[in-house]
Design a protein around this ligand. Structure first.
Ligand SMILES: Nc1ncnc2c1ncn2[C@@H]1O[C@H](COP(=O)(O)OP(=O)(O)OP(=O)(O)O)[C@@H](O)[C@H]1O
Ligand SMILES: [Mg+2]
Length: 264
């Protein structure tokens, strides 16, 4: 009996350590009287690719901003597990949100400046980040001289330069054409696998959620609540381009479309 209890405790401990954050009863209303979110509860587990799927205006950005510590919630709590703090998150906004007056290199370097990393180390890491983003020739350029895809690449590089444990992404590829979006999806999956980080990805595209996620939370229309959870085996996408035309992918898309339909 004692042993069984000990085993149960160990198991619980193991599950607990897989948690990155736990949200309970999060609600938010804006001054104008709009209730954006109501009673949102879910956990974020280490290493997962978690998507939040919902219609426009259901409160996805609001939820991500609350998680990033950029906006206070009215109700509820967020419990971060040891070693994970909002400061260790990277945020990719709906718009690339680059500072127009600063060079691409200065934009990418900003989080290091905010963390007080010394100039030499910051310069080296910025050079590496520029190269990784395929922007090595554009460090001295200004954001208006970049294409939409390049701006998004710079914005991603800026989020990744702090090697975040949690990457919060708000419809990052919505403004890109389909070819670029597919490419970014694959790059993101490779990055996620290599960096071993956790991704929380906001989208209104069932296709994108089906391609990328290991788990998807389907939100109801405003006020956003969690209507359903859909789990997939670790992402099969990315590594092989055939996945997009496979029956497995089509079945994921169908599952998510049906869940989204039920949530309306
Ligand atoms: N700063 C604000 N002040 C007042 N209302 C706001 C503010 N930001 C968002 N809202 C309202 O809260 C609701 C949820 O907005 P939010 O931006 O979180 O939705 P979303 O799911 O991200 O939508 P989209 O998919 O279009 O980006 C909307 O009705 C919006 O009008
Ligand atoms: Mg939004």
């Amino acid at each position: 009996m004692k042993q069984r209890r000990a085993t149960a405790k160990r198991k619980a401990g193991k599950n607990e350590s897989a948690l990155l954050a736990e949200l309970r009863g999060i609600g938010k209303s804006y001054d104008g009287g709009v209730t954006a979110l109501r009673d949102i509860s879910f956990s974020v587990r280490r290493g997962e690719f978690l998507s939040l799927l919902g219609a426009s205006g259901c409160g996805k950005t609001t939820l991500l901003r609350i998680l990033a510590g950029l906006l206070p919630s009215d109700t509820g709590t967020i419990r971060w597990q040891d070693g994970a703090r909002p400061g260790e998150t990277g945020f990719v906004f709906q718009e690339p949100a680059l500072m127009p007056w600063a060079s691409v290199a200065a934009n990418i370097r900003l989080p290091l400046r905010l963390l007080g990393i010394d100039d030499r180390a910051a310069a080296l890491r910025t050079r590496e980040a520029l190269a990784q983003a395929g922007l090595e020739k554009f460090g001295d350029a200004f954001p208006h001289e970049l294409s939409g895809g390049m701006k998004m690449r710079a914005s991603l590089a800026r989020a990744l330069i702090v090697k975040p444990k949690l990457l919060l992404m708000d419809e990052p590829f919505a403004a890109l054409d389909e070819i670029a979006r597919f490419k970014f999806n694959d790059e993101l999956l490779s990055l996620w696998r290599e960096a071993n980080c956790t991704v929380l990805f906001v989208t209104h595209s069932v296709f994108e959620a089906a391609y990328l996620s290991t788990r998807t939370l389907v939100l109801s229309p405003r006020p956003g609540t969690i209507a359903e959870e859909v789990r997939f085996l670790p992402a099969a996408g990315g590594v092989n381009t055939q996945f997009r035309t496979s029956a497995a992918y089509a079945s994921r898309v169908r599952k998510l479309s049906e869940a989204l339909e039920r949530a309306q």
